[in-house]
Design a protein around this ligand. Structure first.
Ligand code: NAD
Ligand code: TDX
Length: 339
């Protein structure tokens, strides 16, 4: 099988590349990635030297690039990870989110119509469901929960999901969609909560917590997400949406305090800063469908996963220092001001 993985130089995409090379050494993998600030070839070290792996630098929203790649390579299946993925950046500047997340997905879908594939899998997010109240811990997102987005990021991901489902209904394209909760683990870009708090704490810098830190996220170790996508590719039904999550809900403050404990640092590093605009309160996934249909269960609980992740950042300082480019430093200074 020849598998096209887009966005494979980013956090989850690269973990999926490594996962697939380990689990399916017979597969040929093509990786298309524009190498934005979030994409790094260092993250693919190891894969780049494999005979069955090929990297192509290119933009999924560039029709010519995508169509000529499909013409020459004729992939059997596509997994689309490529996206602008940071909510705060989407609040500052929605434009690029519309281009990559919506138009880019549209271009890939068009290419799959012209050069038929066995499966187009869209990697989506639980954020398309909006948020749940903090005081209703009995409520969870199911695949039937209405789309109800809050940020330009989640709106662009929801638009892409609707496009994917429309291509299934209208053109019978063999698609599937997964909507996962917050991931964490190796190669997570240090703009997101967990890696940002780890690298700041290691440097004894302030840890900027939005609002009161009471918002809740449902954390999943990235390897468990990769395994779920692999199972959907293998046996998930066409035209279906699968929620992925491991019932690991934590307030942001609890996550930050766990990281500080793990690193032996003081809670005095915590700095409360202005809240995110439109900040979603609580995400919580009901993963019953993927469990029942495909036998997926998460293997790594939060306590074990966060220990592994903190150790990984301690052991891979070169990686995270390398990806924190000038662009990222400028973003950090603008977004967090003087702290
Ligand atoms: P990321 O920002 O770490 O990586 C995105 C990758 O896409 C980068 O390598 C980047 O260079 C590439 N890219 C961006 N624009 C591109 C374009 N126009 N053409 C080609 N490549 C482009 O993101 P991530 O956290 O790995 O997320 C991957 C996918 O998973 C996204 O679709 C995201 O919406 C979804 N998702 C993420 C999470 C999470 O917690 N991180 C949870 C659920 C779903
Ligand atoms: O500096 C910070 N301080 C803070 O309190 C940052 C960066 C975040 N936060 C809070 C905001 C959220 O409540 O932490 C929580 C997690 O924030 P992010 O890491 O930005 O993730 P989130 O907004 O939940 O979105 C993530 O999960 C769903 C991914 O970035 C998305 O790509 C994915 O779709």
């Amino acid at each position: 099988m020849k598998l096209l993985i887009t966005g494979g130089a980013g956090f989850i995409g690269a973990n999926f590349v490594h996962h697939t090379l380990r689990k399916h050494p017979d597969r040929e993998i093509l990786c298309l990635d524009a190498l934005t600030y979030a994409g790094n070839l260092e993250t693919l070290k190891g894969a780049l030297t494999a005979d069955n792996f090929k990297f192509i630098k290119g933009d999924i929203a560039d029709r010519e690039t995508v169509f000529s790649l499909f013409e020459s390579e004729r992939p059997d299946a596509v997994v689309n990870f490529a996206a602008e993925s940071h909510v705060d950046r989407s609040i500052d500047n929605p434009d690029i989110f519309l281009r990559t997340n919506i138009l880019g997905t549209g271009v890939l879908l068009d290419a799959c119509r012209k050069y038929p594939v066995r499966r187009f899998h869209q990697v989506s997010t639980d954020e398309v469901y909006g948020d749940l109240p903090l005081d209703r811990t009995d409520l969870f997102f199911t695949e039937e929960t209405p789309i109800h987005t809050s940020s330009p990021y989640s709106a662009s991901k929801a638009a892409a999901d609707l496009l994917v489902l429309a291509y299934h209904r209208t053109y019978k394209l063999p698609v599937s969609i997964s909507r996962c909760s917050n991931n964490y683990g190796p190669y997570h870009f240090p703009e997101k909560l967990i890696p940002l708090m780890i690298v700041n704490a290691m440097a004894d810098k302030s840890l900027p917590v939005y609002g009161k830190g009471e918002n809740v996220r449902d954390w999943l170790y990235v390897e468990d997400h990769c395994e779920a996508i692999d199972l959907i590719l293998g046996g998930g039904r066409e035209g279906e949406v699968y929620n992925i999550g491991g019932h690991n809900e934590r307030t942001n403050l609890a996550v930050v305090k766990t990281i500080l404990r793990e690193l032996g640092k003081s809670e005095s590093l915590i700095t409360y800063v202005a809240d995110r605009l439109g900040h979603d309160l609580r995400y919580a996934i009901d993963p019953k469908k993927i469990g029942e249909e495909l036998g997926w269960t998460p293997r790594t609980g939060f306590d074990e996963g966060i220990k592994k992740t903190v150790r990984w950042y301690e052991d891979n300082r070169d990686w995270w220092e390398g990806v924190m480019s000038g662009e990222y430093r400028a973003y950090y200074a603008k977004h967090y001001g003087g702290i």
